[in-house]
Each structure stands twice: as C-alpha cells, then as structure tokens.
Design a protein around this ligand. Structure first.
Ligand SMILES: Cc1cc2nc3c(=O)[nH]c(=O)nc-3n(C[C@H](O)[C@H](O)[C@H](O)COP(=O)(O)OP(=O)(O)OC[C@H]3O[C@@H](n4cnc5c(N)ncnc54)[C@H](O)[C@@H]3O)c2cc1C
Length: 386
C-alpha cells in the first residue's frame, strides 16, 4: 500500500469527509479529520437527507454501516405528496410506498443529518476527529503539506483531502474555478414540536415530504426525526436578495408579510409555516460548479463533495455525490493498482468530475422546471412515471 505509514488529513467532518475517514481506516490507513466545529454537538444539523442506492447507500454498505443505518433511518419520511398552491393534493404515494425496500434502486430512505453524522463518528477510531480545527492555510513541506489552523495549531500530512464544503479553503490550492449563482434562493424555516405548533401543516404532511408548486415558486418541506418540520420557500431572486430585501430574518411577522406579498396566489394554509417557525429564518442562495470544470492533479492533494462540486439540491444528489466520492477515492488510493498516489488522485478526479457534472446538470434542469409555470404538471408527470 502506497500510503502505509503516511499521514492523511481530511479537512472537514461532514458526511463526505467522515465517510472517507471510515473507509480508509477499514483499509488500515492513518487518518485524521480536522473539523472547525468546537465539538460533535456544536451545531444543529439541517434537514434530512435521502441516500441513493448507487452512491450514499453503496458507501454505507462498504463502510459496514448498513445495519446502523437501518436502525436509525426515518421509515416513511420518503413518502411524498405533490400539491398545488391551494394545498390541494395532486399526487400522493402514501398508500402505495413500502416503508422499507432496501435493494430497490428507487428506495431512497431518509435520515436526519445529525443521525448520519453520529453513525459515522461512532464508527471511527477514538481521536480521529480533531475538533475546533478551523483550517486557514497550508504550504508544501517535504513531499507533503504543513497545515495551519485558526487556533494556532499546525500539523504535517502526506496527503490532504479537502472535504470542507461549498466555501472550501482547500479548493483554491487546486483550482481557481468558482461556483456560479443559479438565480434561485431558498428561505429555510424550522418548526419545533410541529404537531402542536402547526397542526394543519402536520396533518397535510403526514410524516412525509411535500412539494408545493405555483406561480414559478415552490415550497418544499419534510418531516424530521425529532418531531420537527423543516421547510424551504424557493424562488428566483438576484444573488444579493438577502442583503437588500431589508427583511429582518428574526422577525416572523415581517416574513409572513413577505410571503403574502411574494406568494399572493397561495392559500392561507401556508401561513402556519411562517407563524409557527422558530426564528431566525435562513436565506440560502443556491450555487453550482461549472459543468466543464477541470484541473491538473496536485501531488498529495485532492478534494471531494461540495468542495469539489457544489450543486443545487433539486435532484437530492449533493450528499450522495459526496459519499460516492469518498467510496471511489478510498478505492483508488488503497487498491495498489496505480503507480503513484498522484496517479490514483488523477484517475479519481477525472471520474468524479464526469459523474458530478452529470448530477449537477440534472439538478440545474430540475431547478429550472421546479421554478417554471409548468412545474406542477412536469413534476406530476415525473412522479407518476416512477
Ligand atoms: C438548502 C439545501 C438543501 C439541501 N438538501 C439536500 C438534499 O435533500 N439531499 C442532498 O443530497 N443534499 C442536499 N443538500 C446538499 C448537501 O447538504 C451537501 O451536498 C452535503 O452536505 C455535502 O457534504 P460535504 O461533506 O461535502 O460537505 P458539508 O456537509 O458542507 O461538510 C463540510 C464540513 O467541513 C467543515 N468545514 C468547513 N470549513 C472548514 C475549515 N476551513 N476547516 C475545517 N472544517 C471546515 C464544516 O463545519 C462541515 O462539517 C442541500 C443543500 C442545501 C444548501
């Protein structure tokens, strides 16, 4: 093994970085994950993620964690309703969908982000994750890299993997290509103890997901494991919308007023979302990497997940691509079939760019449809076919 007795540093302990750490450790590699969060509980994780058969789930299987996943996923949370702006249900698979169907490529089980992170963290050797390690810079030293962190620490690594998300600080050491704004912004809200706080919306949701379409905008929402509901109002806006909207995102009354103005055709059923959400709301401008991005492989340095190819969430591929990257990179690095680590990195990156580019184009195309006047008809046709 080319990486025997070598130090591997993964920057970022999101799903991509932690999956890679687990897969490398199973093959006997020496790995540290440097994560900027202060500890494992420092940050509330966002809405649930659905794992796909050939990517997220394939990585969990390879990581030997399918049983842990099966014990912790959210049965039924993948059931969906498609509704119009009046909250009339136009499609529902609540009656027809099995709660569990592992092995079927169309079964996309949901799991809370926090639960997924916990499963991956608990699978790692003690001390693998170095918390409170905010990467700031690095320079070449010997055949590897000297890494510097905000808290003053510095560590050497022979191989560095940037898994530090959409605003990666590792990426500029590999390429100058930047993500572009897609023209879509999502406004995120969360409702705690949803059955009590938002009984109307909870009844409509019935433990699954809702996609609501009308006037070129949409609302996407889903059940979380702890009785919460997470939702996004998704719409076209310019990149600086959050700053120049003059909205105070901590003020629910203002946000309800904004919704009434911007979604004028939508039923008052939706008002409950804004009345019962916990402040603040979070505006999320949606970015995407150019489909044709490329770069020369760097010695002892690569990246995965959103750091390499952030994409819109409209095909549910982001986390799946990150975990599939981890699976492929671990195989390339540890297989022993390649002349050098740089050659393994080069082959991994070539394949990863092509795969992620296809997923990003699908996500962009879905985003266009979901924010068009044909959204409802197109989404109904898509789900009725499957
Ligand atoms: C609104 C929205 C909805 C989404 N919905 C879905 C969905 O339904 N399905 C789906 O598949 N994907 C979805 N995604 C995308 C998904 O969240 C990402 O693709 C996925 O989290 C990428 O995983 P990652 O490990 O590459 O990066 P991340 O999950 O971003 O993890 C990066 C980690 O690196 C750490 N970090 C960052 N900077 C540093 C630093 N300088 N030093 C050290 N550590 C650092 C962070 O704290 C974090 O823990 C959504 C994204 C958004 C914005």
């Amino acid at each position: 093994m080319k990486l025997q007795h070598k130090e591997i540093a993964i920057i970022g302990g999101g799903p991509g970085g932690l999956t890679l750490a687990r897969l490398l450790q199973l093959k006997g590699a020496r790995v540290k994950v440097y994560e900027r969060d202060l500890n494992k509980d420092a940050r509330v994780q966002g809405s649930p993620l659905d794992l796909h058969d050939d990517s997220g789930l394939a990585a969990m299987i390879k990581a030997g964690l399918l049983n842990e996943f099966r014990n912790s996923f959210l049965p039924g949370a993948d059931r969906k309703k498609i509704v119009d702006e009046q909250a009339e249900v136009c499609f529902s698979d609540h009656e027809s969908k099995a709660e569990e169907n592992f092995g079927d490529p169309w079964f996309r089980p949901e799991i809370d982000r926090g639960t997924l992170r916990k499963i991956l963290l608990e699978s790692l050797e003690p001390g693998t994750v170095v918390w409170d390690s905010h990467f700031v810079s690095m320079h070449r030293q010997d055949d590897g890299w000297m890494l510097h962190f905000k808290n003053g620490d510095s560590f050497y690594a022979d191989l560095v993997v940037g898994a530090d998300g959409a605003n990666s600080k590792i990426r500029p050491y590999i390429t100058d290509t930047k993500a572009f704004y897609t023209g879509i912004t999502m406004l995120e809200g969360n409702i705690y103890d949803a059955v009590k706080a938002a009984p109307g919306i909870s009844a409509l949701l019935s433990g699954g997901k809702i996609m609501a379409f009308g006037n070129n905008k949409n609302i996407l929402m889903g059940q979380k494991g702890n009785g919460e509901i997470g939702f996004y109002a998704s719409f076209r806006a310019d990149e600086g919308w959050a700053a120049h909207s003059n909205l105070d995102f901590s003020d629910k009354v203002q946000l309800l007023g904004w919704f009434k103005k911007e979604y004028p055709e939508w039923s008052s059923v939706w008002y409950e979302l804004f009345e019962s959400a916990v402040a603040p709301f979070i505006p999320r401008p949606i970015y995407c990497m150019p489909a044709d991005q490329t770069w020369e492989p760097r010695p002892g340095l690569t990246m995965l997940g959103d750091a390499a190819h952030v994409m819109p969430p409209f095909a549910g591929e982001g986390v799946n691509m990150a975990m599939r990257d981890a699976l492929d990179l671990s195989e390339y690095l540890m297989s022993g079939n390649h002349g050098s680590v740089t050659e393994a990195i080069s082959l991994y990156e070539k394949e990863m760019r092509a795969r992620a580019s296809a997923a990003a184009q699908e996500s962009l195309a879905n985003g266009e449809i979901m924010h068009s006047d044909k959204a409802l008809a197109a989404m109904l046709e898509f789900f009725q076919k499957h």
